[in-house]
Design a protein. Structure first.
Length: 311
C-alpha cells in the first residue's frame, strides 16, 4: 500500500485518511444493466485509462439535443464549496484526491464542451478545462481516447455562462488551441464586445435574460454539432439546468468528510438558487457505484422518476 508519506514524496496530493495501491484503481461495486442499444459516446477505454478507472465508459446520446452530464464532488452532508461566495472549489472538498481528479479529466476527455459559470471561471486556479489540467499523468491516454472517439480538438470547447458579461480580460482562457464560447444575454454581449479580440473566442447571445439562458445555451451548442456536454458550472448553474430539465446524468463523488453549516459558516450545497416541489422534484436513477479508498463515485440518470413513480 502507498502511505501518505510515500505519496507525498512522490508528489501526490492525498487526503490524510487515504491509502492507495500502486495504481489506485477505482473499483466497480455495482452497475445497472445496459439499456436498449442506442447511440452512445464511449465504450472500451484505452488500457492506460481502463487500469485506473476499473471499467469502460459509455454515455448514451439523446440525438435531438446534446446530452448534458454534470460532475461534482461533495461532502457527505452535501457541501460543494466551503465558503458562501463559492471562492473555494471542489479541490478543497476532495482534498485533491487523485482518483477524483482522474474522473474529472476522463469526463472532460469524453465531451465536446465543458460548461462553467462566470463565478467558477473567476475562482479557477488555471483557467483551463483541458483534461490533462486535472490529471497530467493521464495526458497521453486522454489524447488517445479523444482520437479514438473522433473528436477533432485536443481539448473540449470551454463554454462560460455569464448573464451580465462582467468578465475581465484576465479571466478569459488564453490557450489559442482551446475554443472558448462566452454564452450571454444581448446586454452581456455588448459588454463582452469590449474585450480584446482573440481568434479562439466567440461571444454568443443565447437568451434575453439570465433566467431563460439554459435552453438557449443547449440549443446553441447543439447547433454547433456538440453531442455530449459536461457541466462543471457550479451549484447555481446546475440548479438552472435542473430547473429546465436539461441534465441527463450526474457523476457525483462523495468525499468522506462532514463540513456542516451554521449562521456563521454558510456554505454552498449541490443545488443553489432552485427549489423543487415534491411532485416535480427530479428523481435520479442509480446507474453505477464505484469506490476508491473511502470515496464513493456515484452515477445517476436524471430525471428518472418523480415521487409518484418511485413509490
Amino acid at each position: 500500500m502507498t502511505t501518505l508519506a510515500a505519496a507525498s514524496a512522490a508528489g501526490l496530493d492525498m487526503p490524510p485518511t487515504a491509502t492507495l495501491d500502486e495504481r489506485w484503481p477505482i473499483e466497480l461495486l455495482w452497475e445497472s444493466a445496459p439499456g436498449p442499444n442506442a447511440a452512445a459516446r464511449g465504450g472500451t477505454l484505452p488500457a492506460e485509462l481502463q487500469a485506473r478507472y476499473g471499467g469502460d465508459l459509455r454515455i448514451p446520446l439523446r440525438g435531438e439535443r446534446p446530452t448534458l452530464i454534470a460532475n461534482f464532488v461533495t461532502t457527505i452532508d452535501g457541501v460543494v464549496a466551503l465558503d458562501a461566495a463559492g471562492h473555494s472549489s471542489g479541490r478543497e472538498i476532495s482534498r485533491a484526491f487523485e482518483p477524483d481528479r482522474f474522473v474529472m479529466g476522463l469526463l472532460r476527455a469524453t465531451s465536446d464542451a465543458v460548461i462553467v459559470g462566470a463565478g467558477t471561471l473567476r475562482a479557477s486556479r488555471t483557467g483551463s478545462w483541458a483534461p490533462a489540467t486535472v490529471h497530467r499523468a493521464s495526458a497521453s491516454g486522454f489524447e488517445a481516447w479523444r482520437r479514438e472517439l473522433g473528436l477533432r480538438e485536443a481539448a473540449p470547447t470551454t463554454v462560460v455562462v455569464t448573464g451580465s458579461g462582467d468578465l475581465e480580460p484576465t479571466h478569459i482562457p488564453v490557450d489559442p488551441d482551446v475554443p472558448v464560447i462566452l454564452a450571454t444575454t444581448p446586454a452581456g454581449a455588448r459588454r463582452l464586445s469590449r474585450l480584446p479580440r482573440r481568434d479562439h473566442l466567440e461571444i454568443v447571445s443565447v437568451s434575453d435574460t439570465r433566467a431563460s439562458m439554459a435552453e438557449g445555451l443547449v440549443d446553441a451548442l447543439g447547433a454547433r454539432g456538440f453531442e455530449l456536454v459536461l457541466s462543471e458550472g457550479g451549484p447555481t448553474l446546475f440548479g438552472e439546468l435542473l430547473s429546465a430539465r436539461l441534465v441527463d446524468e450526474l457523476f457525483l463523488t462523495v468525499a468522506p468528510q462532514l463540513a456542516g453549516r451554521s449562521e456563521r459558516t454558510t456554505r454552498l450545497g449541490l443545488v443553489e438558487g432552485a427549489g423543487f416541489a415534491p411532485d416535480v422534484a427530479p428523481w435520479g436513477g442509480l446507474r453505477s457505484v464505484m469506490r476508491s479508498a473511502d470515496y464513493l463515485f456515484l452515477r445517476y440518470g436524471l430525471p428518472s422518476t418523480d415521487r409518484k413513480d418511485a413509490s
